[in-house]
Design a protein around this ligand. Structure first.
Ligand SMILES: [Zn+2]
Length: 391
């Protein structure tokens, strides 16, 4: 850590600076440019590296390589060239909101439950956090509330460089044993943590912390959070979603889940009713089927292939049909079952797969699968196959 050359340690809000190129190496990813000093933060401590510009040239990543900070650029620079650096501030400020928010959230989990943060990923969309013990959704909401209360108190976020004695007396979170100068990020009643990242000056700048999801893991809990502008974008998107559901179901915004549950129940009821009607219709059809028909086909919907198969077996047994084929419609095509008393149906399965981009298989006496075709197409395909077999 060299505070003199790393301008983001002097001032995390510095967006522009002038410097001199001291190295430029060509790599397969671009040009790795080193500067005398820089405000570009290199990836580290879970925080992604900065993007921005050196003069008119894009910096697409910043990271450390053998201790030096390299700016991955799309164009080369000459040694000694003067450059004006400008970091992508919108992106960096977002990362600062996320990173400081993560400290507060992890610090509060630590103080309330005693768990350590054992994993931190600051992604493009959300922050993923792993904690070393079980946390319920209600636990996480308690942490969320306390974290936001700390934001509203607008506490300063302090950067400390304690000496060895001060450090020994300090209670702070750290993922590893630290040597040399240690940088501590301290937030009153929130968190004390060793960290090399960039942070906002006051907690109020984070705006909002929102927990999105949680999952149990064998070594603890994984949760996802968003802070700042990402939290606002999330709330806006979820509100839009809920309003759309609310309009479509004519339900109040806080009653959409109940309305969906009611609708699901109604759909289930009507699908049971439909199933009953279809089964009665099939029963009526059965009596009208002439005995000994070589090929019987039926097109239906609202019943599953098991029920269809049961019906088709009755057609074979009670009406001595040669082949009985049933098609039950779904959103994209037909599920089908075909049964036979004597003919080997496996070649028919192959033909149906090839002709109608179907998927299916089975045994000589029963094939089933899925295909997309019209009734007319299926009818002529089956009739031809039966006719060819008979010749
Ligand atoms: Zn940190």
């Amino acid at each position: 850590m060299d505070v003199k050359n790393e301008l983001y340690y002097q001032d995390a809000y510095r967006t522009d600076f002038d410097s001199i190129v001291v190295a430029c190496e060509t790599t397969k990813n671009g040009y790795e440019v080193q500067l005398k000093e820089t405000a570009f933060y290199p990836e580290g401590g879970g925080q992604p590296g900065d993007h921005g510009f050196l003069n008119q040239t894009a910096v697409i990543d910043t990271h450390r390589k053998n201790g030096a900070i390299v700016h991955l650029c799309t164009e080369p620079f000459a040694l000694g060239e003067m450059v004006h650096g400008k970091i992508d501030w919108e992106r960096r400020f977002d990362l600062m909101q996320q990173h400081t928010g993560e400290h507060i959230f992890s610090g509060i989990v630590h103080s309330l439950f005693g768990y350590d943060n054992i994993g931190f990923h600051l992604g493009e969309e959300t922050i993923t956090l792993d904690f070393s013990g079980p946390l319920t959704w209600d636990d996480l909401k308690t942490v969320e509330t306390k974290a936001n209360q700390l934001i509203w108190r607008n506490e300063p976020v302090e950067v400390l460089y304690p000496d060895q004695d001060e450090l020994a007396a300090m209670d702070y979170r750290s993922k590893k044993e630290l040597e040399g100068m240690v940088r501590i990020i301290s937030i009153k009643d929130g968190d004390v943590c060793a960290c090399c990242g960039t942070h906002v000056r006051y907690t109020g700048e984070i705006g909002l912390i929102k927990v999105l999801s949680t999952a149990n893991r064998k070594d603890g809990t994984r949760c996802e959070i968003v802070c700042g502008s990402r939290a606002l974008a999330y709330v806006q998107a979820v509100t839009d979603q809920n309003l759309a559901i609310s309009h479509r179901l004519s339900a109040k915004v806080f009653e959409t889940a109940d309305a969906v549950e009611r609708m699901q129940k109604e759909m289930l009821d009507s699908s049971y009713r439909l199933r009953g009607i279809i089964l009665r219709q099939l029963e009526e059809k059965l009596t009208a089927i002439p005995e000994g028909t070589p090929l019987y086909t039926v097109y239906t919907e609202g019943i599953d292939t098991q029920e269809l198969r049961k019906f088709l077996n009755r057609v074979l047994e009670e009406k001595q049909a040669g082949i009985a084929a049933g098609f039950t419609a779904n959103a994209t095509g037909y599920q089908y079952v075909i049964v036979s008393s004597a003919a080997d149906l496996k070649p028919l399965s192959k033909l149906l797969n090839e002709t109608f981009h179907g998927q299916g298989g089975g045994k000589p006496a029963m094939i089933q699968g899925f295909l997309t075709a019209s009734e007319t197409e299926l009818e002529s395909c089956l009739q031809n196959w039966v006719k060819e077999k008979a010749e």
